[in-house]
Structures are given as C-alpha cells and as structure tokens.
Design a protein around this ligand. Structure first.
Ligand SMILES: [Fe+2]
Length: 248
C-alpha cells in the first residue's frame, strides 16, 4: 500500500508568508501573452496569490525573439503594466517586471538582454528548448553568465530534465545556473522527487507560472505544503535566501 503524506494547505500559506517567498514566474500582466486577458483577471490572480501568502510577484510575460523586437516587447509590457498598476491596492502583492525569454541561437550576444532581466536585477528567466541541448547551447548559457554577468534562472526545469543527461545538470549547477520549478509539478506525481531536489539545493525557486484563474490558476500554497510534508521547513529558509538574493 502507498501512503501519501498529508498536505496541509494552511501550513503552506503560513510558510510562504513567514519566509517571504516570491512567485518568480507568472503571466499576470493583462493582454500581452497567453496569460491574463484583462486587468480584472490580473487582479484576481494577484488576489489569489496574496491569499496564498505571497507578497512579491515577478511578472514574466513570454518574450519570443522571432515575434517581437525587445523594444516593441518592452513597450507592450509598459502599457500592460500601466493599465494594471491603476487597479492595484495595498493589500495586493508588489509586482516586479521581468520576462520569460525563449532561448535562441545568438542570445548570448543580444544587445538588449539586460533589459529583459527582472527589474532592478541581472537575473534572467530563460525558457529552454524542449529537445536535447547541444554543446553550443551550453556554451551560450555560460557565456551569458560569465561574459555578461547575468544570472540565468532556467524556467520550469522539470519539463526538460528527462530529456537531458543527468551530468548536464551538475555541469549547469556548478556553473552557477539556478533552477525554477512550477508549483503545479510539486503537487503532481513528481512532487516527492522535486521536494528532495529542493532540499538538496538543486532547485532554487518555485513559480506558479499562472496564466488564468481556470486551467492554470496559481497554487503556491499547495506546492509549499507538499514541500513541507516531504522535505521539511528548512527548505523554506533556502528558498527565502534565493528569493532575497535574486529578487530583493
Ligand atoms: Fe511561463
């Protein structure tokens, strides 16, 4: 018989709030990508995150290099932010602007890369290709880190792990690359394994990657409760440190 751990969502909320864990991956800006469709939905998403104990949210709309120039993306992002900021209240989480940037060949030489980092930081949320990563790709990741001084955070790393050799992750971690997983993966079948990776320091951030209030709603509290059940509260001190170092 398989015994499942009891998941206490109230405990999850309390830990997120006590350790001031940020949600580092969200699509809460209205009308810019496949996330929130309008300001009302954005406010509902932020309200849900606030109720789950989150006080800082990084807005990371998709940046697809083949679709837009950085300038036009940033103009659209500023417009979306202007619309949303008029609706924000004291009780909602503070929002920092960022982007979820899709890797492309030549990204390490992209002039505007720093402008796509999380506001006030040199931290870049990077979405990786879903197939096997070549040596060239790895070299570019390390170039971004070393030549540009940008800290790479790989988005929802659990999506790619199976397809890459395990030695590659050690190589990336040794090179200082940080890893983010989605809250929804923690509450799924991989939960126990991912919680162990968090406690082993192989994963540094949790993000809701929320897009809407129906099919991809934020569920940070359940994720936090799962981490607490499988890996203990000590993990939150580590997550808190990552959030503090990278997102202030
Ligand atoms: Fe995303």
């Amino acid at each position: 018989m398989i015994f499942k751990k009891k998941i206490d969502i109230g405990k999850g909320k309390e830990l997120l709030s006590r350790y001031r864990i940020s949600d580092v991956h969200t699509h809460i800006l209205p009308g810019i990508d496949d996330g929130s469709k309008d300001t009302e939905e954005s406010v509902r998403l932020l309200t849900a995150l606030s109720e789950q104990g989150i006080d800082t949210v990084v807005a990371t709309p998709h940046y697809y290099p083949t679709e837009k120039s950085p300038d036009s993306f940033l103009t659209l992002r500023d417009n979306a932010w202007e619309l949303l900021s008029e609706k924000l209240t004291e009780s909602l989480p503070r929002v920092k602007l960022g982007a979820e940037v899709l890797y492309f060949r030549g990204i390490s030489r992209m002039e505007s890369l720093e402008r796509l980092c999380v506001q006030g930081t040199k931290t870049l949320l990077l979405e990786m290709p879903s197939d096997l990563w070549s040596e060239y790709i790895l070299r570019e990741i390390f170039d971004i880190q070393r030549s540009r001084g940008i800290d790479v955070v790989m988005a929802h790393i659990e999506r790619y792990m199976q397809k890459q050799p395990s030695s590659l992750f050690n190589q990336l971690l040794t090179g200082g690359v940080k890893m983010q997983i989605n809250a929804s993966s923690l509450t799924g079948k991989q939960g126990k394994k991912l919680a162990k990776m968090l406690s082993d320091g192989m994963i540094h951030f949790i993000g809701s990657d929320c897009h809407n209030m129906t099919t991809r709603a934020p569920d940070m509290a359940s994720a936090a409760a799962t981490v607490a059940a499988y890996a203990g509260e000590e993990v939150f001190a580590m997550l808190s440190k990552s959030c503090g170092v990278y997102f202030g």
